[in-house]
Design a protein around this ligand. Structure first.
Ligand SMILES: Cc1ncc(C[n+]2csc(CCOP(=O)(O)OP(=O)(O)O)c2C)c(N)n1
Length: 566
């Protein structure tokens, strides 16, 4: 079949099952857009390329498929960079297609030229600059394969304008052949046996689960392991949803704003079973004091993660689902139907911490963000719901007070901590999961970084709900200045110039509501959830509410400040 490079790109994307592309066109991508017109693939016209990248990322997180975004050369491509870095840090599979200036002028500072493969080198899993149109089908096949296998991540394909105009003999490859890329899926049998033995012998074990559990689809296996061995599970922010937070063995999130009981358990445990988690500094606190009594089993698909931050005693490289499956089989044999007796005292201790140090907040004063999240949770807990978040206090309140029970339903920028992620992620998630209620719990600062794309939500009739925790501050930075800089607030007040978010919503054709009193929260949420429109609920929360408990940056996990029950 004779196709132009641009047609070959579109055909190949169709073959990969792509349903939606988030992007903005430009001179360098015009041939691709012309080909896209003829395709069933939906192109969603965004208002900023950063949002396009985040939307493709949100789509990927919500569906488990590869997200696709597209931008023109130069500024279009550089606008994608934050979104690509965000996907890289959280191991999310996206394919970013960028236009490039024609091959004869590459390197001459041509109009709208930027070396995007160079710029993104440290933040992609792989990238291609395609100089021969005949390579396009193979490159696209490989890009989707690389993005979605092993440890997933973003792949960039840069296509010079002339390359997309050349006519080629099109044939889509049936398989990929990448000699240097062979992810390990099955864990080493001997290591798994060692892990089983360590689990049986441990007196005070804890499972520490991360986003890798969700990526590998290992949630069922994780639950089985926890129940079989009666071991409590704590998750990272990225791991929320890997284990039902309503389960009696769930300790919720650990780390800087984790629950006291999860952090105390980490300090006393003698065996950490880390699954698809990477011992990030937000989780470990001061590394030299992290889990001082613990042996560590580390299960991860990326060998580079093993031993990166902590000394691992039993490393197991491979896919979490396969490894947990094999581990459970061995444990079942070893236990032969017996109940584990050696950790009753430990589990009682953990339960005592849980009772003594629950997550709480003062009910005095004005509208409390924690209360709002509790209401959102209460209203949606029995329905298919996806929560996205901005970054800052809003994100941590959402993480603390929304009990996530299913994988791929809590989407938050973990590794990069990107303000502005929540609303675009909600757009992407709603495209991927039209059946689900999608709620973005956001900050006024975070939303203002991407607010132009409220238009995208409205035009596409997305019923997403954006709940703004409006404190008129860059709240999390203000909290740090309050706690660690003796209350010297500087460059954090957003009040001067804060938009009227109700009018902003209306200006874009969305519905806007303002909430200042607790009793109005529930009816407003009910109305928003029932509405087929994009709705923005601007909640004027207590301005100086803090997120507690908190482990100060660089402090040990045992030194939590704030929160009740000290
Ligand atoms: C793009 C970006 N710039 C700066 C920061 C640093 N930062 C972290 S939290 C935060 C404040 C966020 O404010 P807002 O979105 O209003 O949320 P709040 O903390 O008030 O809930 C800032 C500036 C960041 N994470 N991302």
């Amino acid at each position: 079949m004779k196709l132009t490079g641009a047609q070959a790109i579109v055909k190949s994307l169709e073959k990969e099952g792509v349903e939606v592309i988030f992007g903005i066109p430009g001179g360098a991508t015009l041939p691709i857009y012309d080909a896209l017109r003829e395709s069933k693939i939906k192109h969603i016209l965004m208002r900023h390329e950063q949002v396009a990248a985040h939307a493709s990322d949100g789509y990927a997180r919500a569906t488990g498929k590869v997200g696709v975004c597209m931008a023109t050369s130069g500024p279009g491509a550089t606008n994608l960079v934050t979104g690509i870095a965000n996907a890289y840090m959280d191991s999310i599979p996206i394919v970013a297609i960028t236009g490039q200036v024609p091959t004869p002028v590459i390197g001459t500072d041509a109009f709208q030229e930027a070396d995007i493969t160079g710029i993104t080198l440290p933040i992609v899993k792989h990238s291609y600059l395609v100089k021969d149109a005949n390579e396009l089908p193979r490159v696209i096949k490989e890009a989707f394969y690389i993005a979605s296998t092993g440890r997933p991540g973003p792949v960039l394909i840069d296509v010079p304008r002339d390359v997309s105009q050349v006519v080629i003999n099109y044939k889509y490859p049936e398989s990929v052949d990448l000699s240097g890329y062979k992810p390990t899926y099955r864990g080493h049998a001997k290591q798994i046996r060692l892990a089983a033995k360590a689990i049986i012998e441990a007196q005070r074990p804890i499972i520490y689960a991360g986003g890798g559990v969700i990526t590998s689809g290992a949630s069922e296996e994780l639950k089985k392991l926890a129940e079989l061995t009666q071991i409590h599970v704590t998750t990272t922010l990225m791991g929320k949803g890997a284990f039902p937070e309503t389960h009696p063995l769930s300790l919720g999130m650990l780390g800087m704003h984790g629950t006291r009981y999860a952090n105390y358990a980490m300090c006393e445990t003698d065996l950490i079973i880390a699954v698809g988690a990477r011992f990030d500094d937000r989780v470990t606190g001061k590394l030299s004091t992290f889990a001082p009594k613990a042996k560590i089993i580390h299960i991860d698909i990326d060998p580079a993660e093993i031993g990166k931050n902590v000394t691992t005693h039993i490393p197991i490289v491979g896919d979490a689902r396969f490894i947990l499956h094999d581990l459970i089989a061995i444990l079942e044999k070893l236990l032969a139907g017996e109940k584990m007796q050696n950790r009753v005292a430990w589990n009682e201790q953990v339960e005592e911490w849980r009772k003594k140090y629950p997550l709480t907040y003062s009910k005095e004063g004005g509208l409390k963000p924690e209360f709002i999240v509790e209401q959102i949770y209460d209203l949606t807990k029995d329905k298919e719901t996806i929560i996205t978040t901005g970054v800052g206090q809003n994100q941590m309140w959402a993480a603390q007070y929304y009990k996530v029970t299913k994988p791929r339903t809590f989407l938050s920028s973990g590794g990069l901590g990107t303000m502005g992620f929540g609303m675009p992620a909600a757009i992407g998630a709603q495209f991927g999961r039209p059946d689900a209620i999608v709620i973005d719990i956001d900050g006024d600062g975070s939303l203002q970084m991407v607010s132009q794309d409220i238009a995208t939500a409205v035009i596409n009739k997305l019923p997403i709900n954006i709940v703004i925790m409006n404190n008129g501050y860059l709240g999390m930075v203000r909290q740090w200045q309050q706690l660690f800089y003796e209350h010297r607030y500087y460059a954090v007040d957003l009040m001067p110039g804060i938009p009227d978010f109700v009018k902003l919503a209306e200006a874009y054709g969305a519905k806007g509501m303002r909430i200042t009193k607790p009793e109005k929260v529930r009816p407003a949420l009910e109305e928003a959830i029932a509405s087929p429109m994009t709705v923005i609920i601007d909640c004027w929360i207590e301005r100086e509410e803090n997120v507690f408990p908190m482990v100060a940056p660089g402090a040990p996990l045992s030194q939590m400040i704030g929160g009740e029950g000290e």
